[in-house]
Ligand binder design. Structure first.
Ligand SMILES: Cc1cc2nc3c(=O)[nH]c(=O)nc-3n(C[C@H](O)[C@H](O)[C@H](O)COP(=O)(O)OP(=O)(O)OC[C@H]3O[C@@H](n4cnc5c(N)ncnc54)[C@H](O)[C@@H]3O)c2cc1C
Length: 589
């Protein structure tokens, strides 16, 4: 029988960005809070200290900070004619394991969505009519507007510490920023970072072509900064070790740098590591949760943690799995298009061109995860879906991220992958290339969903979650359009060689190469309980004291990296809990 812990007001499941923010905001209400984190503790010192952290083999290749399949994995199939098999070597996406979550080893690109993306179904319907929505696409509006979310996007920007240049301040277009972004109530907390040579080169050509370049919004400090929680950031030195690494110099926004030390000082907050939550427990009438059962990996025992309020902040995939094994929301059935949990799983549609220049040197080792210049000229609110024949868009970015010798050696196609030929290729081409990356939206479809696997189980005897996912023509058409445009701009830069990497019509989902950890959907926000698992405040429709955080709330994926929206939604939900729910616990809708 499970050991029973002393009851708390709040139990938080997972201590990444959303769990840390939830801890901080709810601790301010004087509540007794415990956070349960599956992985170990991680701090800037000693875990990420220099020079240990800049070890590409340990962190970049062997993925020391990531979730390992032996702890948690999914089974994967492309459609229901296939048998799903367990994903045994993480590649396509890299969920986190440990205090700080993936915000510890992310790149820091911190975007907010365009207003049109928040009401995409209505936008499409009004401009082109519903008939352009392809059969099987579950295109939805968020049950909340950009204007409602704007203050919370700003709050997250200020806590995370973002560097950039506003393009639209209170409706006034600003020189040097992104003219196609949604309005901002404030300028970025820090000015934009300096520009590397590749980005400057792209900026000049793009401007000449009538495009609108602007600096990438970076969760990387350009100057010294103190956030609203009193946490300090120091300016980035462009060391090139962001993605897959903890930052050793307090420059990259992360829960460690922005929240956790302030949170750990709260006497009403505590956290337990090596504590994996196995399920949410339910009251006899099924209307509320009573707490969670977790596995204490140190004592090797199950523990029941009673609590009045349950915050699921264990990342999109883990949240959906916990909801499915705990009976939160009816599981989605793609055949009937009914049920809600596991619905609208979506991903991201990326592609890019690499440009090689014999005579130019780009110093690729100078960079960071959010470096560079972007354009939004081929983004969602710029594309004519009716004419182009797809729904979606992409932003582009040019900027060196790192020159790490194992993973960052772009070579012309045909260069041998090993031996003397490879060495010769590296000698000729290292530092002589730049790339234009297109980062695109991905819609939700009836046949892309998550449910429980009928065969495979995890170490705790729970069914693994099954992912049924394949690329769809709509999103491939979108990326093919970006290819045509990126090749045009790439050629205008006059490289000696241009190489494209985009998915072609008919491409099948391949789990091996890293694509993004921007998995979305599965517990989507909705107007009605029949359409999604949570309401507009990210509160479970069927258990009012369960609030669910993260990109699982997305109704379809935006064209941007998700964490700006994830953070904004977290503050939106926490505001609702603080101002409405705690006074009178109930379904808020
Ligand atoms: C390599 C990489 C690069 C990225 N770059 C960007 C970027 O540039 N911009 C961007 O917007 N996004 C980026 N992302 C995505 C971004 O990191 C996530 O959107 C964000 O971290 C999600 O925050 P979260 O709080 O929802 O979950 P997480 O950060 O994943 O935190 C969840 C926590 O829950 C814990 N947990 C899981 N299951 C359980 C359980 N059952 N019990 C207890 N604890 C549990 C995990 O160990 C983890 O610590 C990147 C991700 C990766 C992996």
């Amino acid at each position: 029988m499970a050991r029973i812990e002393k009851k708390k007001d709040v139990v938080i499941v997972g201590l990444g960005w959303t769990g840390s923010i939830a801890g901080m905001e709810l601790a301010a209400e004087g509540l007794e809070i415990v956070a349960l984190e599956r992985g170990g503790d991680q701090n800037t010192v000693p875990e990420f200290k220099y020079p240990n952290q800049i070890d590409e083999l340990t962190y970049g290749v062997r993925l020391k900070n990531m979730q390992h399949p032996r702890q948690a994995t999914v089974t994967v199939r492309r459609d229901d004619s296939e048998t799903a098999l367990p994903y045994r070597s993480m590649g396509s996406f890299l969920p986190a394991n440990g205090v700080g979550g993936a915000g510890t080893h992310w790149n820091g690109l911190l975007w907010r969505p365009q207003p049109e993306e928040i009401k995409l179904r209505s936008y499409v319907k009004e401009k082109w009519g519903e008939s352009i929505i392809p059969e099987g696409m579950n295109l939805m509006d968020y049950p909340v507007s950009y204007d409602e979310l704007e203050p919370y996007f700003t709050q997250f920007d200020e806590v995370a510490g973002v560097s950039g240049k506003a393009g639209n301040l209170k409706g006034q277009i600003q020189a040097g920023g992104n003219p196609f972004e949604g309005w901002r109530s404030k300028e970025y907390p820090m000015p934009a970072l300096g520009t590397t040579y590749d980005a400057a080169k792209f900026q000049a050509t793009a401007k000449n072509m009538g495009l609108h370049p602007f600096p990438a919004p970076a969760g990387i400090a350009s100057t010294s900064y103190v956030n609203p929680y009193g946490m300090q950031m120091a300016p980035c030195n462009f060391c090139g070790f962001c993605e897959r690494f903890g930052c050793y110099q307090y420059s990259k926004s992360s829960p460690q740098t922005a929240v956790l030390d302030a949170l750990k000082r709260k006497t009403n907050f505590s956290y337990r590591t090596h504590s994996e939550v196995l399920r949410v427990e339910t009251s006899a009438d099924g209307k509320t949760a009573t707490g969670v059962t977790y596995f204490d990996a140190i004592k090797q025992e199950e523990v029941f943690q009673p609590a009045d309020l349950v915050i699921l902040s264990s990342y999109q995939l883990n949240n959906v799995h916990l909801m499915l094994v705990s009976g939160i929301g009816k599981p989605y059935d793609p055949k009937t298009n009914t049920g809600v949990t596991g619905k609208n799983y979506a991903y991201q549609m990326n592609g890019g061109v690499t440009l090689f220049f014999k005579e130019e040197n780009f110093n690729p080792f100078i960079g960071h995860g959010s470096n560079g210049m972007c354009i939004d000229d081929f983004g969602i609110n710029q594309n004519d879906f009716g004419k182009l024949g797809f729904i979606g868009g992409a932003y582009w970015r040019v900027g060196t991220m790192n020159g790490q010798p194992i993973r960052s050696m772009p070579l012309p196609k045909g260069t041998p992958g090993w031996g003397a030929g490879w060495k010769k290729g590296i000698g000729e081409w290292y530092g002589h290339s730049m790339s234009i990356g297109t980062h695109g939206s991905h819609m939700s479809y009836r046949n892309n969903h998550l449910d429980l696997d009928p065969t495979y189980k995890d170490p705790h005897g729970r069914p693994l979650m099954r992912m049924t996912f394949n690329w769809q023509d709509n999103d491939i058409k979108m990326t093919q359009y970006q290819k045509i445009k990126a090749e045009e701009v790439g050629n205008a830069l006059k490289p000696d060689l241009l190489q494209s990497g985009f998915k072609n019509i008919g491409a099948k989902f391949d789990v091996r190469p890293y694509q993004t950890t921007h998995n979305t959907g599965g517990h989507v926000m909705s107007e009605k309980p029949t359409e999604g698992a949570v309401n507009r405040y990210c509160q479970a429709w069927d258990k009012h004291n369960v609030f669910v955080f993260g990109a699982g709330n997305f109704v379809q994926n935006t064209q941007y990296n998700p964490t700006g929206m994830v953070g904004g939604l977290a503050y939106w939900t926490l505001h609702a809990i603080r101002t409405m729910y705690l006074k009178n616990p109930r379904p808020l809708v």
